[in-house]
Design a protein around this ligand. Structure first.
Ligand code: CA
Length: 247
């Protein structure tokens, strides 16, 4: 199923070929089953401040760095963006709520998939809008010997977060690879938008409550409606197609 999508992608972009060398993973909602907790933490934080904010909104904002989510809620509630101090204190409250919401598990099949990709000798990168040190620093506990610091782009590394292409362009730059040598695994509409704007082949795994149509509408090259389980089942097919596709 992937061959025609890859072929269309390189023709549309006028890339010379597709030859997979690295996989760029988003974190929340892809590797970690964390989005329900993040969404609840955002709603509780905004409710504390009497700012209207829904679970669905949290999912629609997914992928943004924290201060962008805070600013858009502030604009709507107060007609202005939050000050830096407000952004910091609100993000701190969100972090505290997140920590009281209980443990976050790895997404089903994520460990098996990462190990398989490592065996295939593809480089593995993390590209996340998260600024939660607890989660980022514990990646090695979830997935031992997979992630290394110089193959990570987090909220601390970018000026403009997703949906800007900057996080994915930064990862591409770190990797020294061409845009036709990389696949991105994303789950959120704004994450897909960011990856597509960076010119990268994007597989969207639908792991949350949103309509998967949103992911196609934002430009995902492939949408897998059964999430990481489906990606794991189909990975070998994708890998076989992605070794070398030319015009
Ligand atoms: Ca995500």
């Amino acid at each position: 199923m992937f061959f025609s999508e890859i072929k269309n992608f390189i023709q549309e972009k006028n890339y010379p070929e597709f030859q997979l060398k690295a996989v760029f993973f988003d974190m929340d909602g892809v590797l970690l089953d964390s989005m329900e907790n993040h969404a609840k933490a955002w709603v509780r934080t905004m409710n504390d401040l009497s700012i209207p904010f829904t679970i669905e909104e949290a999912y629609m904002n997914e992928g943004r760095v924290g201060h962008d989510t805070i600013n858009s809620a502030y604009m709507r509630a107060f007609g202005r963006v939050a000050t830096v101090e407000e952004q910091e204190s609100i993000y701190e409250i969100k972090t505290q709520h997140l920590e009281t919401l209980g443990p976050i598990l790895a997404m089903p099949r994520s460990t098996e998939l990462l190990n398989k990709i490592k065996q295939q000798e593809l480089a593995i990168y993390l590209v996340t809008g998260s600024g939660q040190p607890t989660l980022i620093n514990s990646l090695d506990d979830y997935f031992p010997d997979i992630f290394v610091k110089d193959r990570m782009v987090t909220a601390f590394d970018v000026k403009r977060g997703k949906p800007s292409p900057e996080p994915y362009l930064k990862a591409l730059n770190k990797s020294g690879l061409k845009p036709w040598e990389v696949v991105v695994i994303e789950n959120a509409p704004l994450g897909v938008e960011s990856s597509v704007a960076a010119g990268l082949f994007t597989i969207a795994v639908n792991t949350g409550p949103l309509d998967p149509e949103v992911l196609s509408a934002n430009g995902a090259n492939v949408v897998l409606i059964r999430g990481m389980q489906e990606l794991f089942e189909k990975w070998d097919d994708f890998y076989a197609c992605s070794v070398l596709v030319t015009h």
